[in-house]
Design a protein around this ligand. Structure first.
Ligand SMILES: [Zn+2]
Length: 357
């Protein structure tokens, strides 16, 4: 069920880019008000659902917020919050322009004063050149966390809890010298175990070792877009702006999907953690991505700040375990009609084909 159509706000913001600054500002204000109004309407709808039992405590503040949105108080009161995390790192021995890509991502973060978090695959960065790229993140104040050494899928039977945790420790030994090293674990493929027993074995190990999970709330197929982007450019295409639009639309769509799912399941908007990768498409467009979220009224915080949100301490009782924490909580709550979240490009392939990318 869709409560609102975000696309028209997106259109307004696209139109805005072609306008003079004076008019662009006005269109921006209108877009923010529409967005705030829709957020408030969703909040109100959720509050009413939860108030069936009587308590009107939530109801009146929501109505107040709704009235504020109508009279034009902008996004501040309704702002969504997002933080940015990047998986996998770059292998300087495999990727020719690894240092350039790394530098472009870091430059975009610096230009927008955003602190992010990197989760490198140990094996991929286990060389002096590749490790120095990771060290650049740390030197710039971005946290570095654990994504295991060999990036194995804990959701498959051959990978035992013992093997998996040994792999986590191996990455730990490689990276713990970094000044911003943080004992947070990003599960490869977001898979947390195909059985409850294995899932709990790893959770217990993490408790003992002082490791906390680095769950994501917004999962995307940025890596698939990146593959298509690279292949598209290799065919000699140069109209980068068109691809940028498609990529921004995709990330925006995924962000709204998970944000709305959170409203439906939790009745509130959590501080989001988005999963992106250190890849060519983000090297090219990260600045535009950050600008888009800010332009549309979202506040950008550091991942550590977002992780303080209680949803990242949840321990969903689902098997197979993993995926976006919002999706896992929705599944645990028995929400019907959940789209399978594997962001494996299945949904995007026909879309990009149709657009000629
Ligand atoms: Zn990964």
């Amino acid at each position: 069920m869709r409560h609102f159509r975000p696309i028209s706000v997106a259109r307004l913001l696209t139109i805005r880019r072609s306008l003079e600054p004076r008019w662009a500002r006005r269109v921006g204000v209108v877009a923010v008000r529409i967005s705030a109004w829709r957020s408030a309407r969703m909040d109100l709808a959720a509050a009413m659902r939860h108030d069936k039992g009587g308590g009107l405590l939530l109801f009146f503040p929501r109505v107040g917020l709704l009235l504020l949105a109508i009279v034009g108080v902008p996004a501040v009161a309704f702002a969504q919050t997002i933080s940015f995390t990047f998986d996998d790192g770059l292998d300087a021995g495999q990727v020719e322009n690894a240092a350039v890509l790394n530098g472009q991502i870091l430059a975009a973060l610096r230009a927008h004063a955003v602190k992010a978090m990197l989760f490198p695959i140990g094996r991929r960065v286990d060389s002096p050149q590749s490790l120095s790229l990771v060290a650049e993140w740390s030197a710039a104040g971005h946290a570095v966390g654990n994504h295991t050494y060999t990036h194995r899928n804990l959701g498959t039977a051959p990978v035992t809890a013992q093997e998996f945790t040994a792999d986590v420790q191996r990455a730990d030994r490689l990276l713990l010298h970094l000044p911003t090293w943080t004992k947070r674990l990003r599960f490869p493929y977001l898979k947390e175990g195909e059985t409850a027993e294995k899932r709990e074995q790893v959770r217990r190990w993490m408790d003992v070792e002082g490791y906390r999970p680095a769950y994501v709330s917004i999962d995307t197929s940025d890596w698939y877009y990146s593959q298509r982007f690279v292949a598209w450019r290799q065919r000699g295409e140069t109209d980068v702006a068109a691809f940028r639009e498609a990529y921004l639309d995709h990330l925006w769509d995924r962000a709204l999907y998970y944000d709305q799912l959170a409203m439906e399941v939790l009745g509130r908007r959590p501080a989001h953690v988005i999963l992106l990768h250190t890849n060519p498409i983000n090297a090219m467009f990260l600045g535009d991505v950050l600008a888009m979220f800010r332009d549309r009224g979202w506040a950008i915080v550091s991942p550590e700040e977002a992780f303080r949100d209680a949803i990242y301490s949840a321990r969903p009782n689902t098997t197979p375990a993993g995926e976006s924490i919002i999706w896992a909580l929705a599944k645990e709550a028995g929400k019907p009609g959940l789209r399978y979240p594997a962001e494996d490009g299945t949904y995007e392939e026909p879309l990009l084909d149709r657009k000629g990318f």
